[in-house]
Design a protein around this ligand. Structure first.
Ligand code: NCD
Length: 328
């Protein structure tokens, strides 16, 4: 693995499978009374969030703490960033405090690359979402969730993986870093990806993504092994991309009628946050097909795997629970 995780496209198939196998081992920790390993004791992980986040920030924090790292949470609001301090000065400050990993979310596409490649810091940089560009750990947790349900022999077993599985990603692809990272990673893992959206919400240049596209959700659902619904990211929209919410839901929302078109084994997924009643109805989100809550649980295991592999070495972990007395 590289020292940084900036793009899902940087992961080879071997890298990605190593993360998934490691996550599978680490996930069993969630069921133990003491959810902690000593692997990153003495290491410092900084969560540097310039954009709002609930699950991603908490997930990285839980992951780092379960590996016994020290965690510093740094949100733009309430810090000197709101006084106009630059990314560079922030990075130099974190470097001076001895950060080993910086988990960064930023509204500007490319900010994590900048941090990793300018020499401002020697830390490992993990992209936790940059603008409309990428969100690689979200793609890894999504792939991990699919692997656990869809891969022959289960997650972590070599052979098969997601080869030939059909994944539909539906909604606001244009503004979605989740869609881009998923498309890259799922192709690396051998899955077939179909992006479903109104023409206005597909990015220019999508022809180069090595995926199929469709404007017709009903025709895609019967073939899908998993359908991933995306939120319409209105905070990133400066124009009207569809006539009305009602019209959007009618054409691209997942309701119980449409869920009925899915195969028996097909999964319903969503990275969160959901807008119930818009891209997904409440009954579908809460149905037995939905693995949306499991995605959140899996997110912690996947982020533990990423932190472990970037900071503690590239081998797979041995699962010895830490001495409870040793953890703070
Ligand atoms: C997404 C994000 O922030 O990119 N959510 C997440 O990280 N789980 C998608 C979204 O905001 O809709």
């Amino acid at each position: 693995m590289n020292r940084h995780l900036l793009s899902a496209g940087d992961l080879t198939r071997d890298d990605a499978e190593l993360v998934l196998r490691t996550a599978e081992e680490l996930r069993s920790l969630a069921d133990r009374p003491i959810k902690k390993l000593p692997a990153l004791r003495g290491r410092t992980v900084v969560n540097l969030f310039f954009e709002d986040s609930t699950r991603t920030r908490i997930s990285f924090e839980a992951a780092a703490k379960r590996l016994s790292a020290d965690v510093i949470n740094f949100a733009a609001k309430g810090s000197s960033l709101s006084k106009g301090e630059s990314l560079k000065d922030t990075a130099l400050t974190l470097e001076a405090m001895g950060a080993d990993a910086i988990v960064v979310r930023h509204s500007a596409s490319g900010a994590p690359h900048r941090l990793a490649h300018t020499g401002w810091t020697r830390s490992s940089v993990i992209n936790a979402g940059d603008g409309t560009h990428e969100h690689p750990t979200q793609a890894l947790l999504d792939a991990f969730t699919m692997w656990r349900h869809l891969a022959p022999g289960g997650a972590g077993k070599s052979g098969g993986g997601l080869d030939g599985r059909r994944i539909a990603v539906v909604g606001d692809v244009l503004h979605s870093r989740v869609a881009r990272s998923n498309a890259l990673l799922l192709r690396t893992l051998g899955a077939e990806v179909t992006l479903v959206a109104p023409p206005t919400l597909l990015p220019v240049g999508v022809e180069g993504w090595d995926v199929e596209t469709s404007y017709d959700l009903d025709s895609v659902l019967p073939k899908a092994d998993a359908v991933m619904m995306l939120r319409v990211q209105r905070e990133r929209m400066s124009d009207a991309y569809f006539p009305t919410v009602r019209e959007y839901s009618r054409r691209y929302g997942l309701d119980s009628r449409r869920m009925g078109l899915l195969q028996e084994h097909a999964l319903v997924m969503h990275p969160g946050p959901m807008v119930r009643g818009m891209e997904i109805t409440a009954d579908v989100a809460d149905s037995s097909r939905s693995v949306i809550v499991e995605q959140v649980t899996n997110g912690v295991a996947v982020r533990m795997a990423v932190l472990y592999l970037l900071l503690a070495g590239s081998s797979e972990p041995t699962l010895t629970t830490s001495d409870p007395g040793a953890s703070e």
